[in-house]
Write a protein that binds this ligand. Structure first.
Ligand code: NA7
Length: 547
């Protein structure tokens, strides 16, 4: 073990959040070190290399807003970006701003402990660089959809073929002509199935809950379209910051049941043709996620489309969801149509559950063995807290993050925890339920305001280079009060009341992990309201303890 390295700020994770955090801290003049367990930047987009992996945010918004020159010049050819392009973009930004010099890869933070005497975080790392680090600030950007989740199915490890999770896709996996089974049909499962159906020998989807999905509208971008975006980028971002979900789609206030049946059909058809899951959920009407009758109208429209698209009535019946349209909205590039192929089938696990996994494949409760060469798990993540449970973060009085989150993950404004001074989280629990890149940027801007304030660079929320009575030699300690943290959680709990999202079990409330009780993991007040709230917080930091 080498000697202790002293830095001002230590950043964990080099994904979308870690890259921008490193950029901001280094430009603030602080010494920074960033580590990532992966061998390069990218986070989610480093790990998720399965065929068809795509962002379902329009390309012009799936990027940082702060590099204005890059917004104008960096190429994107299609309305949605596939994983290799997003990874390339993140590598490009890292290189362009010379951030690699702060980064160490294949290195994992194993523990971080607040030291009362030095008022610093003592950090240990393992991997390519075994080191001790002492840092004034600890910024965790571990990712909220990162810790891989495998379901607990009997015999899982007995499978003799290739067993893969979509978030750990082996580069050399050849699916051509293979008998492939897949468990999981969320946004990942639908993407991978659509991509591999034409190349595999056979594809069987072992499906528990069917999903509502709408067309993405993926297509090449015409020069005129790009020119128009470039000419209006400032306005586009202004609209994002003042919107609820930040996806660049109109957000309707119209009530579904106020429209006549013909008007409803026309409105749904319009957003169906334009494409994008968030557009379908939020642009036609404003109450799809809060009014059951309205929601049922959207459900019936999509179910009707499934009936039109899937020729075999048995398959169509299995693919049509019965519950509400109240999960993360999906969009696709021809998902339902793959079930018209001879080589693709779907098994209803509600009707015929998986009995066990055997060396030859999957044995279902009807006694049938489905012979497989490859078994894909598109079963998602131990979301939000998953990655935080594997590291030992110890705050004041020996309290660990696991203890602090024993009744569910919680963080003030999604960025800070009571009892964990000078520690921040990017994309922690209770962040806005909205387009991730602008959410991540907003949270990092909030964190940077806190750090600037601590460093004494801010008076009443304005960066002006004055010291605000705090000398740079002894920066303020930023520690959120228990009352402020509880207040934020209470607000999030209030805001979720009435949302139909609570009626379906998914990773959004942590219920994709068996036995875990529902937790309000998101702020459902909208990105715009979150930013207003942050503005009020950063005027005099009322949520933080005074020294
Ligand atoms: P999701 O959305 O959590 O989907 C996981 C899928 O795996 C979903 O279809 C689950 O069915 C299925 N699943 C999980 N456990 C089982 C078992 N035991 N048996 C059968 N099926 C199972 O993960 P994704 O990776 O698709 O997406 C996560 C987010 O990452 C996504 O929203 C994007 O923002 C990026 P269920 O519906 O629970 O019945």
């Amino acid at each position: 073990m080498s000697e202790t390295i002293e830095v001002d700020a230590f950043v964990v994770g080099a994904g979308v959040g870690g890259i921008y955090t490193t950029y901001r801290l280094s430009r603030m003049g602080l010494s920074v070190k960033c580590v990532d367990i992966a061998s390069d930047v990218g986070g989610t987009w480093y790990w998720n290399r399965y065929p068809g992996a795509m962002s379902d945010t329009e390309s012009y918004l799936y990027r940082y807003s702060w590099d204005k020159e890059d917004l104008q010049t960096y190429p994107w050819t299609h309305h949605y970006l596939y994983q290799p392009e997003i990874l390339k973009y993140l590598q490009h930004i890292t290189d362009k701003h010379d951030l690699r010099k702060y980064m160490t890869f294949e290195t994992e933070m194993t523990s971080a402990t607040w030291n009362e005497d030095t008022q610093r975080w003592m950090i240990t790392c393992s991997g390519s660089e075994e080191s001790n680090i002492s840092a004034r600030y600890l910024v965790n950007s571990l990712g909220l959809l990162s810790k891989v989740h495998y379901p607990n199915i009997a015999g899982l490890l007995s499978f003799a073929g290739d067993l893969v999770h979509t978030a750990r896709w082996p580069e050399d996996l050849n699916l051509e002509g293979k008998k492939v089974g897949i468990v999981g049909n969320g946004s990942t499962g639908t993407q991978v199935m659509t991509a591999i159906a034409p190349i595999v020998g056979s594809l069987t989807s072992f499906q528990r809950h069917p999903q509502y999905s709408v067309p993405s509208g993926q297509r090449p971008v015409a020069k005129e379209y790009r020119d128009k975006i470039n000419a209006t980028y400032e306005q586009i971002w202004d609209n994002v910051w003042s919107s609820v979900v930040g996806f660049g789609v109109p957000e309707s206030k119209r009530k579904t049941m106020d429209a006549s049946p013909e008007e409803r059909k026309k409105a749904f058809q319009k957003v169906w043709e334009e494409g994008n899951g968030f557009r379908f959920m939020f642009s036609a009407f404003g109450d799809i996620t809060t009014n059951k009758d309205a929601n049922e109208e959207a459900c019936n429209f999509i179910r009707g489309k499934i009936d039109e698209m899937v020729k075999d009535p048995r398959r169509a019946a299995i693919l049509k969801p019965k519950d509400l349209y109240a999960r993360r909205p999906l969009c696709d590039t021809g998902y339902y149509e793959i079930f018209n192929r001879e080589n693709v089938d779907v098994i209803d696990l509600k009707e015929t559950p998986i009995h066990e996994i055997v060396p030859e494949g999957i044995q279902t409760a009807d006694g049938k063995t489905h012979h497989l060469d490859v078994l894909i798990f598109a079963t998602g993540f131990d979301a939000i807290e998953g990655n935080y449970m594997r590291v030992k973060i110890t705050g004041r009085n020996g309290k660990t993050i696991q203890e602090h989150w024993k009744n569910g993950p919680r963080a003030f404004g999604s960025i800070a925890c009571a009892g964990f001074p000078n520690m921040f989280i990017v994309a922690g629990p209770q962040g806005p339920f909205a387009n991730f890149p602008p959410v991540i940027e907003s949270e990092i801007n909030f964190i940077m305001s806190c750090i600037e304030y601590a460093e004494g660079n801010v008076t009443n929320g304005t960066t002006n280079g004055t010291t605000n009575g705090h000398s740079k030699a002894k920066p303020r300690i930023m520690e959120v009060s228990t009352e402020a943290e509880t207040g934020w959680i209470d607000l999030c709990n209030q805001l979720v009341e009435g949302s139909l999202f609570t009626t379906t079990a998914s990773w959004i409330f942590g219920q994709n992990i068996p036995g875990r009780k529902a937790n309000t993991n998101f702020y459902f007040g909208g990105l715009n309201s979150y930013l207003d709230w942050v503005k009020a917080q950063t005027s005099n930091f009322p949520g933080f303890l005074r020294d």
